[in-house]
Design a protein around this ligand. Structure first.
Ligand code: UPG
Ligand code: MN
Length: 704
């Protein structure tokens, strides 16, 4: 803290004593940059005060609550587009939770299809049939991997029974993929009358933005049995009504419809929200959660139990730093000692109560059937229940209600998860971070750079929406949660503004060097040690934190590289998009991340090669930085060869050298590679031109 303050003081002093406009603006830009970095450092400290590691003792659970008293659970799975989120993968996710080691008659799986696609519905009809074989198979063989795809990919025991299962799985997969390929469910794929009826809703004029509600009960507790005669869990397909004239609030809107429909149909006190690609990797997970919900020392205020997002299929060095170790695994431990971790949007078990006001201030929903204490005592297929379910899924239902503001998941932010969790905590709810050794859920991350950067751009916009809303963590948050917890949320909400220092440090000292100005202290100057200390201190600490959390050095290197890259791309574009939104020029949308995998891309990804390929504008600032830094490095070397002292340019050259080291894959993609993932020539040309223009402008300013 002292060193950071000293540095800021140094910048302020140089700015005040500067004699020209140029040196004043240079010092000012450094002052702003370091102030932002200092702010991030300071708020980041809040994750270090009270770290808590929790452990459950599953063997004691049934001494506290008997199995017959286990609460019912409703699972929500969201999907939004059959072409970006293959129905086969959604089906796998659903099957993995349907097969939970939990009384099946207490389990309901709701699938929300925002894509309004008959392909997804078809896939789930197939899944319902396959499930009646899969569930008893898992129980009997005590299978750990209950996601069929993961199971058959893994090293499973071979027997005639598993082979038979595999055949069944493959034939289901083939049918689903065929239907998705053709793009429509043709008649020969539909077997029963009931099924045909379901597809009748897809009439002329049914589009994903404009269609009536579809609710289809695919499996019903008590009625549908698996092949051994045991009850199947409920499996319910929902595609809420959509209309071009009503806002649908993206995922938060979908979840609120699920909240209401499930209240009408099953009203389980515990809910699990899952993204369509996050399959369960451990059938014991609901029992872990019960350990917390039945712990009377924490339970009255316990709002949710969050599991970390963990991913499968990352390459060895995780080149795009998609493991998100810090936000998903390290920081929540720090928040757990305070009010508890933030909500990640997936892998989170809620108490239904939290969606109806604070722990001490219940807010009554419009109709009594939605109350969390309402008892459902009719079968879900009852006419009146179905009618009410359709009613609450209507796109106009929420008009003039508290949904999205005081009830349910909160609207108005592209990271509805972060915002909702934050608001729940400010209402007084606590949360718990549950991080067992065996990952409870495994998800997917994009494997090409463009998708990775745009995903982070969406988050950046969302974070800024929270940062500058009336619920800003720095004002409202600190008041409601206390300063340390408020800082934790501020750290995330203001995260995208690191684009300011990153952009400045990638261009300004370099341009200065190219026009011959030295802006950092000489090596012989005592202020130099300040720089050396801060740089080494920050990087070494960062690296150690990462490695102590079971990380590797290479993955840390990727992470710090992507931090830099995101600063120039996602955060920068996100901040600009947020600004244009504030000015009323643009409207924001939730672009679903594609989960489709191109085989060639997958191969390159597995080899650890960066994937550019598409001429995307988001690459431009990144390539510009790569170009200017390498030019600066050579320019600096020339200067030194011509006799200028290294002393003066040392810091600037080190900085350029460090960026060049990080940008190595970009130079490769521009110059050396010939595969489809190389840098598109148009991006290289545009970036070169813009870099040159920047340099020309900078030299012009200097002449004035
Ligand atoms: O209009 C929409 C848009 C998205 N989704 C679903 O939301 C989930 C997350 O979407 P994805 O494109 O995978 O976003 P990610 O960036 O990978 O997701 C992270 O960030 C989101 C917020 O931006 C959170 O909602 C997620 O839980 C979190 O994993 C998916 O299951 C989608 O099907 C909907 O249901 N309706
Ligand atoms: Mn996702």
């Amino acid at each position: 803290m002292c060193v950071i303050l000293a540095l800021l003081y140094h910048h302020a002093l140089t700015a005040l004593h500067s004699t020209t406009l140029l040196s004043f603006s240079l010092s000012l830009s450094l002052l702003i940059s370091d102030a932002v970095l200092g702010f991030m450092w300071a708020t980041g400290q809040s994750f270090r005060y009270r770290r808590v590691h929790r452990q459950v003792f599953l063997e004691n659970l049934e001494t506290v609550i008997e199995k017959k008293d286990f609460p019912a659970m409703d699972v929500f799975i969201c999907t939004a587009d059959p072409y970006k989120e293959p129905p086969m993968s959604v089906v796998n996710t659903a099957l993995s939770v349907m097969a939970y080691d939990y009384p099946t008659e207490k389990l309901t799986v709701y699938v929300s299809d925002d894509g309004g696609s008959d392909l997804t519905l078809f896939a789930f009809m197939e899944a319902a049939k396959f499930g009646s074989h899969w569930l008893p198979f898992c129980r009997k063989n005590k299978v750990l991997e209950r996601c069929p795809d993961a199971y058959f990919r893994s090293n499973h025991p071979r027997s005639s029974e598993t082979e038979q299962m595999k055949m069944l799985y493959k034939s289901m997969k083939m049918r689903i993929e065929k239907v998705v390929d053709i793009g429509k469910v043709s008649h020969d794929y539909i077997t029963g009358e009931r099924e045909r009826g379901a597809f009748n809703k897809w009439t002329e004029g049914f589009t994903c933005q404009d269609h009536p509600t579809v609710i289809q009960i695919l499996l019903e507790i008590g009625k549908d049995k698996d092949i051994t005669g045991q009850s199947m869990p409920n499996l319910i397909y929902i595609s809420r009504q959509k209309s071009r004239t009503s806002p649908h609030h993206f995922k938060a809107g979908a979840l609120n419809v699920l909240l209401r429909v499930s209240a009408v149909m099953t009203n389980a006190p515990i809910l699990l929200t899952l993204d369509c690609d996050m399959y369960s990797n451990d059938p014991q997970t609901p029992r872990h959660v019960l350990c917390y919900f039945s712990d009377t020392t924490i339970s009255p205020k316990l709002g949710y139990v969050q599991f970390p997002q963990r991913f499968h299929g990352l390459n060895k060095n995780d080149i795009y730093a998609c493991e998100y170790k810090r936000p998903c695994q390290i920081n929540p431990i720090g928040m757990d000692g305070l009010a508890g971790p933030n909500y990640f949007g997936t892998g989170c078990f809620f108490s239904r109560q939290v969606f109806f006001g604070g722990p001490l201030s219940f807010i009554t929903p419009e109709i009594p059937e939605l109350r969390p204490d309402h008892m459902v005592n009719m079968p879900i297929q009852t006419q009146s229940i179905l009618a009410l379910a359709h009613h609450v899924a209507d796109c106009k239902y929420e008009n003039q209600t508290y949904w999205g503001s005081k009830l349910g998941f909160k609207y108005g932010c592209l990271v509805e998860d972060f915002y909702t969790g934050y608001r729940l905590q400010t209402e007084g709810w606590k949360s718990v971070f549950c991080h067992p050794d065996r990952p409870a859920f495994l998800g997917e991350e994009p494997i090409n750079l463009n998708d990775v950067l745009y995903q982070m751009k969406r988050w950046s916009v969302g974070f800024l929406e929270v940062a500058f809303s009336k619920y800003s963590p720095l004002t409202f948050g600190i008041r409601a949660l206390g300063s340390i917890m408020g800082f934790c949320y501020a750290y995330y909400a203001f995260w995208p503004i690191v684009c300011i220092p990153i952009t400045i440090y990638s261009f300004v000292p370099q341009l200065a060097l190219l026009i011959g100005v030295s802006i950092f202290p000489k090596v012989s100057d005592p202020w130099f040690f300040l720089y050396a200390f801060l740089f080494l201190g920050a990087y070494v600490q960062d690296c150690l934190d990462f490695i102590f959390a079971q990380g590797t050095f290479q993955r840390w290197w990727s992470e710090q590289r992507m931090w830099m890259a995101r600063g120039l791309t996602s955060y920068l574009f996100g901040s600009m998009e947020y600004l244009t939104k504030c000015l009323g020029i643009a409207t924001l949308g939730f672009n679903v991340t594609s989960k489709i995998v191109d085989e060639e891309q997958r191969k390159r990804y597995d080899q650890g090669t960066f994937e550019f390929g598409v001429p995307s504008p988001i690459f431009v600032p990144l390539v510009m930085a790569a170009i200017i830094n390498i030019v600066t490095l050579f320019g600096g070397l020339m200067e030194v060869l011509r006799g200028r002292s290294v002393d003066e340019l040392f810091v600037q050259m080190c900085l350029a050298g460090f960026v060049v080291l990080n940008c190595w894959p970009i130079y490769e993609a521009i110059v050396l590679r010939t595969d489809k993932g190389r840098m598109p020539t148009s991006i290289t040309l545009i970036s070169t031109f813009l870099t040159w223009a920047l340099y020309a402008a900078a030299s012009l300013v200097l002449k004035i």
